[in-house]
Design a binder for this molecule. Structure first.
Ligand SMILES: [Zn+2]
Length: 142
């Protein structure tokens, strides 16, 4: 009965929130390397962060649940320009690719070029790098 990596996180609050959301849906899951990352956050990158593991039978359900939660989360942020709750995360497409990434993608395929995500309003087309701050979220509520 193998467990499979669903997502990984560099902070334990997000990891625990996700774990709880899965468990509320009756999906068996656990966190791997939580202690290591919490005690020594500098090592998080080296070991790949806190890993949220789910049973392979639940993987598809867990993935669609995560996608739903992400979409619902983004909808709670109104667009700073038009106010519509229509934000989605999209892969940033760069019009002018610099010479290094051209060479990298030529040599290794597109996987070598780091992908960055931006947030885009699908109502007015406004794009932003960071989510607008929401006054009702307390960053350090623990
Ligand atoms: Zn907008």
């Amino acid at each position: 009965m193998p467990f499979i990596l669903l997502e990984s996180y560099d902070n334990y609050m997000t990891a625990n929130m996700r774990l709880q959301q899965l468990e509320e849906e009756g999906i068996k899951a656990y966190l791997q390397d939580e202690d290591t990352v919490t005690i020594d956050p500098m090592r998080s990158n080296a070991i790949g962060g806190i890993k949220l593991m789910v049973h392979d039978e639940d993987l598809m359900r867990a993935k669609s649940l995560m996608a739903e939660l992400d979409a619902a989360y983004l909808k709670s942020f109104p667009c700073p320009k038009c106010g519509a709750p229509a934000l989605q995360s999209v892969v940033e497409t760069k019009k002018a690719i610099n010479w290094l990434s051209s060479i990298l993608s030529w040599a290794f395929g597109s996987y070598a070029v780091p992908v960055s995500y931006i947030y885009k309003c699908f109502e007015c087309g406004h794009e932003m790098k960071e989510l607008p701050t929401r006054p009702d979220i307390q960053e350090n509520s623990l």
